[in-house]
Each structure stands twice: as structure tokens, then as C-alpha cells.
Write a protein that binds this ligand. Sequence first.
Ligand code: 0L1
Ligand code: MG
Length: 261
Amino acid sequence: MEKSKVKELADYVHNAEKENKEILKITAELYPSLSIDEAYLVQEELVRQKLEEGYQITGPKMGITSEAKMKQMDVDDPIYGYVFDNMIVEEGDSISISDYIHPKVEPEIGFILGEDLEGPGVTTLDVLRATEHVFPAIEIIDSRYENFNFTLPDVIADNTSAAGAVFGTCLRKPEELELDVVGVTLSINGEVQSLGAGAAVLDHPAKSIARLANMLSRKGEKVKAGQPILSGGITAAVRLSPGDFVSAKYGGLGDVSFFVK
Ligand code: 0L1
Ligand code: MG
């Protein structure tokens, strides 16, 4: 793909994000043949533009991590993107719905590594050995595409719908928990909207981090120690409305909440 096309597509998605304006997916008209590799080039350009604007990467995130969603999209690999510092919402704080297009939330287990992990060949066990802490998190996703309607390359180019992250303060050593059977409920205004267990994420959330390390190794990158990493949604994502009090409660891993204005 021509460099000018990569830039045009990154600009297209980036402008939609900056203006909170939904757009038609790239593959609808602009570039129907967008491949997964090309989509990561567009994502890289988008990331470069954000860095150039002065934002910092907080950490990577994994998406499409449930077998059901991978089957639905007919893919074998989950996808990755990046959470930026301007997306972070403090625990207990409020977001304004007008800062987003059509935001949804999903509960996730976050990881902080004590040492870098470089693929290929990284295993779930390698991740557990390298993990300093796990923590509860809520990811806010806000696809820039109309009605969250996209193909896999579209969503990769759109930085995997990354729009926000709320990190809980409960830090646990991975050996203190069985992460695959850690349960979570996601509630809005005290009513449970969805629930699940860590195993919804590729059978084990640490496996998702291993997949991330192995995917990043294809472009000579690694998963870095000290960065908060989102391992993937445990439940279906839930749409937000003004007035919502959003809370995710984890078995043995505390809870995390925020308000929507
Ligand atoms: O974090 C995620 O799993 C979201 C990936 C993109 C799919 C979506 O926006 O629903
Ligand atoms: Mg997610």
C-alpha cells in the first residue's frame, strides 16, 4: 500500500476520533480490499500521529479475545491496539458522554509485567512468571464506525475501538488467584448487565498476553515491563447512557467504577 494511502486512511479514522463523528467503515467505499497487514500499517500511522500530537502510550490492549467473537469474525488471531494517556479515566471519576460517539464498556483483567516479554514462543506460563501484578479494569470502547459496523481490518485500523480505560486499585500477584475462574459482574446503576469468568479470554487471560507478545514479535517489538496491559473483554460490551453508574466487581480482585454524565 502506498504511504499516501496509509496516511489518508489514518487521517480519516483519526479525524473521526478527534471530532467524535461516526464514519463509514474504510472497507465500505474508501478501500474495500484493506488487508489485516495493511490495517496494522494504518494503525501504526495513527499511533505515530497521536505521539506527534504529544500523547503517550499508556499500554497495549488486546481485542476480539473470545473464541465466540473470533469465530463470528472468522479469524484465528485476536487483535491489538493501544490505550493512550488521554484516554485514562480515574477510578470513581466521571466521563461526559458528549466526549464519545457511542461508548460501550467491558470488564477486563489488567496485567503489569515485572520484565519485558519478547516472542515468538511466549507461553501462558512465561506470562504468569513475568507478571508483577494483575488488576481489575473497565475498558471503554467507542468504534469510530457507524453502528459498530466493521470488518476485522477496519477495527484494527481504528486502534481496536480504544477510547478509554479505568484501572482499579486492587493489585494482586497472579499466584494469589486462578485467573481463569475469576468471576466478574458488570453492573449499571446496581443492576447486573453481563457476567463472566477470566476463561472467556482465550481460556486464560495470561494466554492473551502471550499472544500479544508473539504478535508484536512479528514486527520486532516486545511487551514492556511496567505498562498496564488490557487482556481483553470478559463479557459482552454494554452501551453507556448519561446518568449511568458503571461498576465491575471481581471475585478476589476488588472492583472498579465510574460515572457517566
Ligand atoms: O477491546 C475489544 O475487544 C474491542 C475490539 C474491537 C471490537 C469492538 O469495538 O467491539
Ligand atoms: Mg477490550
